[in-house]
Design a binder for this molecule. Structure first.
Ligand code: NAD
Length: 321
């Protein structure tokens, strides 16, 4: 693998996934070869990792194009987006950012022969008419949120640019992602991060979803590994050029609370469902990722209890510091 020849641009690098993905890519490719870019300020965790940071609005195509040319970029990871819950508050903004950012990146990738592009989709592409259990790769897809609509349209743009122009763009339908390093950015599954903070700080949590709401979830180390494994897989192994189903754990608020009580027995939960319950109810409860397993040997490592143990251990250290 010609690791040293790559120059990587991560757009949305200060976000929940961006921070950890940038750190992981810097470990593989060298800090100076991975440029972090975001509209907001550089995340503190990135500052310590020695690589370059640029302020960028991905909607400004000229600015993006100049950056790609000046820095001799060979790979782009596009993580900037408006997520499910925030998107429902401002549908026009969600549609315009989620679509135009992708089209800007795909166009520049085509014109400048970028080696590879990564763009995440989401389980939010699925809607109430999709199967609830072990939702397959190919099935009925009728999303009801603007976020889901934008992700589904985006998947087909990726497929189009691959088949029509040969742009090697790769994608995963992430489930809800749980992490302790960088805060989540306005998704329906954010409760599964907040709960660990409140369990440690307050010994109680008020959940915005009902206790029996099962959703597909994944611990961040698995998501980062999946992303890198997909990007390193030989192109000829990839049969899906829209976006791969990806799965690890499925649990409800009640079950995550029970898992936390194994470490904090006095932890209490209250439930006060809000507008996010409707979004959660429209999604599958679990995902079939057998195509990813077959094509590039995807296999998750973390189950609920292992994740809880790791989250609580790391958050305790973080809060003490
Ligand atoms: N976190 C999850 O649970 C989850 C699940 C499924 C899919 N995804 C997808 O993964 C990607 C990253 O998600 P995340 O959770 O890290 O989101 P996030 O909101 O935490 O981070 C997104 C980052 O993009 C930046 N950004 C926004 N507008 C920008 C612009 N115009 N120019 C440059 N940067 C801009 C934001 O400042 C932010 O730092 C998104 O495409 C999201 O849809 C996330």
């Amino acid at each position: 693998m010609s690791v040293t020849k790559e120059k990587i641009l991560v757009i949305g690098a200060s976000g929940q996934i961006g921070v950890e993905l940038t750190l992981a890519l810097r470990n593989i490719y060298g800090a100076s070869n991975v440029i972090a870019a975001d509209l907001r300020e550089e995340n503190d965790l990135l500052k310590g990792s020695g690589g370059p940071y640029v302020s960028l609005d991905v909607m400004n195509k000229e600015m993006l194009h100049v950056l790609v040319l000046r820095q001799n970029i060979t790979q782009i990871y596009l993580l900037a987006a408006i997520l499910s819950a925030t998107g429902e508050k401002n549908p026009n903004l969600a549609w315009s950012l989620n679509m135009q950012s992708l089209l800007n990146v795909l166009d520049i990738a085509r014109e400048e022969n970028i080696h590879k592009v990564y763009w995440p989709s989401s389980i939010a592409v699925f809607g109430p008419t999709s199967p609830k259990q072990l939702c397959p790769q190919q099935t009925i897809i009728e999303p009801t949120t603007v976020y889901g609509i934008s992700k589904y349209a985006g998947e087909f743009w990726c497929n189009y640019y691959f088949h029509r122009y040969g742009v090697d763009v790769r994608s995963l339908r992430y489930p809800g992602l749980i992490s302790y390093k960088s805060a989540p950015g306005g998704g329906t599954t954010d409760y599964a991060v907040e709960i660990y903070h409140d369990a440690l700080d307050e010994k109680q949590y008020e959940c915005f979803l009902k206790e029996d709401t099962y959703l597909p979830m994944m611990y961040m180390p698995d998501a980062i590994r999946a992303t890198i494994e997909l990007m390193e897989a030989p192109a000829e192994k990839l049969s899906v050029r829209t976006s791969y189903n990806l799965s690890a754990i499925s649990f409800s608020p009640k079950e995550i609370a029970e898992s936390i009580r194994k470490h904090i027995p006095e932890f209490k939960m209250k439930y006060k469902p809000d507008y996010r319950q409707v979004i959660a109810d429209s999604w599958p409860q679990s995902i079939d990722d057998s195509v990813a397993a077959n094509d590039w040997s995807w296999k998750p490592e973390y189950d609920l209890d292992r994740m809880t143990e790791d989250m609580l251990k790391n958050l305790k250290v973080q809060k003490a510091g």
